[in-house]
Design a protein around this ligand. Structure first.
Ligand SMILES: [Zn+2]
Length: 401
């Protein structure tokens, strides 16, 4: 009996060790995978985010900032992708803009992987893919991360029971006396990049990244910041721009212009009491127009069925198709009449919205010295044509170099 017990123990240990090695290799590959961002001649320079927080040096959060500077001096905008790494259209839209925008006036700063830590792992038990693949016009297959909503526990661990968000050492004349800028959140939110603004210089890696972004906007006097997201189709803030109160009129102008080319988008005001988010804190602690974009993503929602790379790319899900048939589609906040919501459409919405934000900013500011001009998106008609073409083609790879 004893011998039998020893044999079965050895077998169990051998199986456990084999599984640990297989998963360990998979985790290690994902952790160290570097996406190939293709730098075209439109990118005039790049620098590391640690220029705005030296405490980021040597950490996973010390990501590249890509600079698209026009020949003529002007205003500036900052585009953040990958805040939530399980929302791939936000990450991919930033990469498309980085590879496609031709800036002739002013400066466009792009950080496609602002939460690099979140890109290096997946959410446990969610069954999401690790990577997405797209084939370019030249036939090259390019691979990108599909990550987690939160930073990797390898980079900051353990989570507290309760996360107490504070604004650190930041002060702002925009915040009225008596307004509470602290907030308690569930412990895991300490790894949510979009709950850690305005950031803490020497805090967790997630807080350090947020600090660098806030500091960069202030130091470079950036005029507009937009943070690109996706959201579950059943989430009410969907296919929407969330705007800080100082940016509401600009967002309304974007909405009206996009309506004219049949791109329907809603405007939601940033709640003053919901702390830690880009559209709240970057509006309060910098002079930039602070905006966030959401687009519906069936591969993220709770109703979804089997989850794989195909679902993340096509957005075609039988469970959402069934949900759309209930109560005339009112369970969902996206038009799911086509039975899908592909990533080409989701990215097209983001790119078109950002391009129009630039036009609306120029209109709102009404000062040539602070203008930004993107040559390939000069007016709403061009933006509408781009949107239609990208949706029609339904092949994101065609917009990647
Ligand atoms: Zn998000």
């Amino acid at each position: 009996m004893k011998k039998k017990g020893l044999i079965s123990t050895c077998i169990i240990l051998a199986v456990a060790l084999t599984l640990a090695i297989i998963t360990g290799i998979s985790f290690s590959k994902k952790r160290n995978f570097v996406e190939d961002i293709v730098i075209g001649s439109n990118v005039t320079s790049q620098f590391k985010l640690d220029e705005y927080n030296e405490k980021l040096k040597g950490t996973v959060g010390d990501v590249d900032v890509y600079v698209l500077k026009g020949e003529e001096e002007g205003g500036s905008i900052l585009i953040l992708g990958g805040t939530h790494a399980n929302e791939p259209a936000g990450h991919m839209a930033a990469i498309v803009m980085l590879e496609q925008f031709q800036v002739s006036k002013g400066t466009v700063y792009i950080i496609p992987n602002i939460c690099q830590s979140g890109l290096t792992h997946n959410d446990p038990l969610e069954g999401t893919p690790q990577y997405l693949h797209f084939t370019t016009k030249n036939g090259d297959v390019r691979t990108f991360h599909f990550g987690s909503r939160a930073s990797n526990p390898i980079d900051q661990w353990p989570d507290p029971d309760t996360y107490l968000h504070t604004s650190g050492d930041w002060t702002s004349s925009k915040i009225k006396e008596g307004v509470n800028t602290t907030q308690t959140l569930s412990g895991s939110e300490v790894r949510n990049q979009n709950r850690c603004y305005p950031g803490i210089q020497d805090g967790t890696v997630t807080e350090r990244v947020s600090y660098a972004v806030t500091n960069m906007i202030n130091q470079l006097k950036i005029d507009l910041i937009v943070d690109l997201h996706e959201s579950s189709p059943e989430y009410a803030v969907n296919n929407a721009i969330v705007a800080h109160e100082d940016a509401l009129s600009l967002a309304a102008d974007v909405k009206l212009e996009l309506d004219s080319v049949d791109l329907s988008i809603r405007v939601e005001p940033s709640p003053a009491k919901l702390r830690g988010l880009t559209h709240r804190e970057l509006g309060d602690y910098t002079d930039a127009y602070a905006l966030l974009c959401e687009v519906g993503n069936p591969s993220q929602g709770r109703f979804r069925g089997y989850t794989d790379e195909a679902l993340a790319i096509t957005g075609e899900d039988p469970c959402y198709q069934a949900a759309y048939k209930i109560n005339g589609g009112t369970l969902l906040y996206v038009d799911y009449s086509s039975g899908n919501f592909p990533i080409a459409l989701r990215v097209a919405r983001h790119v078109a919205t950002v391009a129009q934000m630039v036009l609306s900013m120029n209109f709102e500011v009404d000062d040539p010295a602070r203008e930004v001009i993107i040559d390939n998106f000069p007016d709403i008609d061009t933006i509408g044509e781009f949107y239609e073409e990208m949706v029609e083609a339904d092949d994101l790879g065609l917009w990647l170099n």
